[in-house]
Design a protein around this ligand. Structure first.
Ligand SMILES: CN[C@](CCCC[B-](O)(O)O)(CCN1CCCCC1)C(=O)O
Ligand SMILES: [Mn+2]
Ligand SMILES: [Mn+2]
Ligand SMILES: [Mn+2]
Length: 335
């Protein structure tokens, strides 16, 4: 089994500088060595380079749409090629807007994939619902088929009129559900590919009102930190995995935002939220994902060394990221 590592030093999905240095600090924390120790053939693809369009004015209050669209398009090609070459892929961010490219590229190779989104946030704002306009809070919205134009047909009953000529019974009534994700400049390449039943969240604790409505209206399965308090991590992980795998075993895309952890463990991140995963809870999730034998691509995003207040804080966050990746790929606590 071979593992590929791909860095995506990208930060335009949010405002804070520094998250583009995520790949470097995670590598500096010994990622390649740790993976080599797990008897994988490890291929380090290095870091992508992104080209920044000169003009990239906000569109509908969305920041840097063309830059994010171009970066995620490039990432999707690289991810598709790596998966197509038979690698299990680790994508190092960079901010979570990269998830659009990572999951889209994976879906090109594995259209029946499921997504496990471990995060303090749902990242499912649309350009209309986003309070910030930052695209790292919107990636999931661009993946979901249920958030795009839907033409629904409902057959109109056959109506006889007095001239006894029946109205053609094939008269259709087109109901046009308003698009919730408009076409952004730079995003024309993104065709929605994921059904909301193939997605599950773990770790939510900071969800915007618009996101909450989307989660509820679409019936998306999610487990908040309160659910973990009530049910415990074992039950939450079991039900979450069952939700996406019971019907059908298929490749897993694990998109892991380091801010899923409590800020005391992962301080070097752009949008920290109190009351996050303990070390053991996070590691348990990744052990269970590994044990499915179905992990195909994982993202490790939002490590921002500039936000970390001290070197120790940065190193603790980067080291945690390495532990999460190694555990997802089979490192065990039992030897
Ligand atoms: C919760 N939604 C936020 C954060 C998105 C975090 C992205 B991630 O990749 O780190 O998960 C925050 C919106 N709030 C900002 C502060 C005021 C209230 C709204 C957004 O900007 O959409
Ligand atoms: Mn995120
Ligand atoms: Mn987050
Ligand atoms: Mn973030």
């Amino acid at each position: 089994q071979s593992v590929a590592v791909l860095g995506a030093p990208f930060s335009q999905g949010q405002k804070r500088r520094g998250v583009e240095h995520g790949p470097k600090v995670i590598r500096d924390a010994g990622l390649i060595e740790r993976l080599s120790g797990l008897d994988y053939a490890v291929h380090d693809f290095g870091d992508l380079t992104f080209h920044y369009p000169e003009m990239d004015e906000p569109y509908m209050n969305v920041k840097f749409p063309r830059t994010v669209g171009a970066a995620t398009k490039k990432l999707s090609g690289a991810v598709s090629r790596a998966v197509g070459a038979g690698h299990t892929l680790v994508m190092l961010g960079g901010d979570h807007s990269l998830g659009i490219g990572s999951v889209a590229g994976h879906a090109q190779q594995c259209p029946d994939l499921c997504v496990i989104w471990v995060d303090a946030h749902a990242d499912v704002n649309t350009p209309e619902t986003s309070p910030s306009g930052n695209l790292h809070g919107q990636p999931v919205a661009f993946m979901l088929k249920e958030l795009r134009d839907k033409v629904r047909r409902s057959q109109v009953r056959n109506v006889e009129d007095d001239s006894s000529t029946a109205v053609p019974s094939q008269l259709y009534l087109f109901v046009h559900v308003p698009t919730q994700v408009p076409d952004l400049p730079g995003f024309s390449w993104v065709k929605p590919f994921l059904s909301c039943r193939d997605l599950v969240y773990i770790g939510l604790r900071d969800v915007d009102p618009g996101e909450y409505h989307i989660l509820k209206n679409l019936g998306i399965q999610y487990f908040t930190m309160r659910d973990i308090d009530r049910l415990g991590i074992q039950r939450v992980t079991e039900v979450a995995l069952d939700h996406v795998l019971a019907r059908k075993q298929r490749p897993i895309h694990l998109s892991f935002d380091i801010d899923a952890f409590d800020p005391s463990l992962a301080p070097a991140t752009g949008t920290p939220v109190n009351g996050g995963l303990t070390y053991r809870e996070g590691i348990y999730i990744t052990e269970e994902v590994h044990n499915t034998g179905l992990l195909s691509v994982m993202d490790m995003v939002e490590v921002n060394p500039v936000v970390g207040s001290t070197r120790a804080a940065v190193e603790a966050t980067a080291s945690l990221a390495v532990d999460v990746i190694a555990s997802s790929l089979g490192q065990t606590r039992e030897g």
